[in-house]
Design a binder for this molecule. Structure first.
Ligand SMILES: *Cc1c(COP(=O)(O)O)cnc(C)c1O
Length: 467
């Protein structure tokens, strides 16, 4: 893509778009671009709709932009244009698709121009490890969806997790997490973080209604961060984020939620009181099992602290991968609706099937997490875990008889994936180790894709007959 093209002639555009291409720095331009930067208040979103309509009589119909609309447009329509009047090198274009800016460094017109940048009078991206125009568009889009002031996009979900923990847990500090959190994050906390600067870690069980979390907070004054997934993987337990945030904030501890299993469509931890929300963006966000990325969102102040560590650790996403996530996000609301619907219908069917012992899905009334999920989430996601009335080999026969899903790890993409944790993650582990992690030989984790419900249902029913 050309590094910079001139602003389109506004009179060649339809009127509703003309109002979006206002002279830079004009009050209306500022109002419109404000939405795409940090739509934390519904007022800004109302202004977007009002400004975009361009007609006074439409003002009465102005309303809050929905996730569906934000997923398509936030961060994009005006990306980079706000810098054009001061010679910025953003993604100024009239292309409907955000350009992939592959340049790794950004040039200055003169030493004076460079000094203006150093003194903060002019914006530049400067160098690819610090930021990139395509990545910035993605960050603004995620901020809009999570109702966050700021977002840092990283090379992977694990990079978002490790960078966040390193930035926010001080030497000698104390981190509390759950026995259910993502396995590699758990290992990082237990085996690596705890070796660095005497960081203490405590693991609490989610099943006790947060009693042990409360006890740890009561007995210690040094808890810097509570970190957990919600829902968890593969047992789909849920955390009462609102309650946890109250408990932690009373003791000055931050709350960070890995919301990967929910997606920004089904759950918004920041609106429930969490300080930070992070995702493995590979999953529902990118949505096609074809791009690796991660992100963390929160207040400007917290993200600035994490970003400083990111500059040093260097876990930068490539602009091409960032574009893949932007593209994926445009259809995320539609996809997640399909995942939610198929998974819930399937969970209900499986629960009644004679060859199924137990189904784990927070959307089921029988789930101990249902009430919590129902009041805190707007959907339950595409992953369903279930136990067959079969042993290890019988469960393997079921998995092998399935024709539609791939036998593969990961989740949240268009294609259904199936795995038996005892084989995929715990093959060769001791019975004791499996029991400690709550992994039974007959457990199956199914990530429902967006294939037709009836096709997936028939496939599962025929495979159950092969046990
Ligand atoms: C996949 C996943 C991660 C790790 O993210 P990567 O992008 O693979 O590094 C973290 N948390 C959850 C819940 C995940 O599903």
């Amino acid at each position: 893509m050309a590094p910079s093209s001139k602003l389109v002639k506004t009179n060649s555009l339809p009127s509703h778009q003309r109002s979006l291409v206002q002279p830079l720095g004009s009050p209306r331009h500022k109002r419109v671009s404000a939405l795409f930067r940090a739509p934390e208040s519904s007022l800004l979103q109302e202004e977007f709709v009002t400004a975009a309509s361009g007609e006074a009589h439409h003002q009465a119909r102005a309303r809050r932009a929905s996730d569906e609309t934000l997923a398509v447009h936030a961060g994009e329509k005006l990306a980079g244009k706000k810098d054009a009047d001061v010679g910025g090198t953003g993604t100024e274009t009239d292309s409907t698709a955000t350009p992939i800016v592959s340049g790794t460094t950004h040039w200055f017109k003169s030493s004076e121009d460079l000094i203006a940048f150093k003194e903060g009078r002019r914006h530049s991206f400067e160098y690819g490890r610090y930021s990139n125009p395509t990545v910035k568009v993605l960050e603004e889009k995620i901020s809009a969806l999570e109702r966050a002031e700021a977002t840092l996009v990283t090379s992977s979900g694990m990079n978002a997790i490790t960078t966040t923990l390193l930035a926010l847990v001080p030497p000698g500090g104390h981190i509390v997490t759950t026995t259910d959190c993502y396995s590699e994050a758990r290992v990082f906390i237990r085996d690596r973080l705890s070796m660095m600067g005497a960081i203490r870690s405590t693991f609490v069980d989610l099943d006790d209604g947060m009693k042990s979390l409360k006890a740890v907070l009561d007995e210690n004054d040094d808890v810097a961060l509570f970190y957990t997934d919600s829902p968890t993987n593969p047992m789909l337990k849920c955390v009462d984020i609102r309650h946890v945030a109250e408990l932690c904030h009373r003791k000055g501890a931050l709350v960070c939620i890995d919301s990967t299993m929910a997606s920004p469509i089904n759950q918004k931890p920041l609106t429930l009181g969490a300080d930070l929300v992070l995702h493995s963006a590979i999953k529902y966000m990118a949505g096609h099992h074809d791009a690796i990325a991660g992100c963390v969102s929160g207040s400007e102040a917290l993200i600035t602290r994490i970003r400083a560590w990111h500059h040093h650790l260097g876990g930068v996403i490539s602009p091409s991968a960032a574009y893949m996530v932007i593209r994926g996000l445009k259809t995320m609301a539609l996809r997640v609706e399909a995942h939610n619907s198929t998974a819930l219908r399937m969970a209900r069917m499986l629960e009644r099937h004679p060859k199924i012992e137990r189904v784990h899905y927070p959307g089921l009334e029988s789930s101990p997490w249902h009430e919590l999920a129902r009041t805190r989430m707007s959907g339950y996601g595409g992953v369903v875990s279930f136990e067959l009335k079969a042993d290890l080999r019988g469960t393997m026969r079921f998995v092998d008889a399935l024709e539609i899903p791939f036998i593969a790890t990961s989740l949240g993409g268009c294609e259904s994936l199936v795995q038996q944790p005892a084989v995929m993650s715990f093959w060769g582990h001791s019975e004791e180790d499996k029991a400690k992690n709550g992994i039974k030989d007959n457990l199956v984790r199914f990530s429902f894709g967006i294939e037709k419900f009836e096709d997936l249902r028939d496939d599962i029913l025929q495979a159950l007959n092969k046990i």
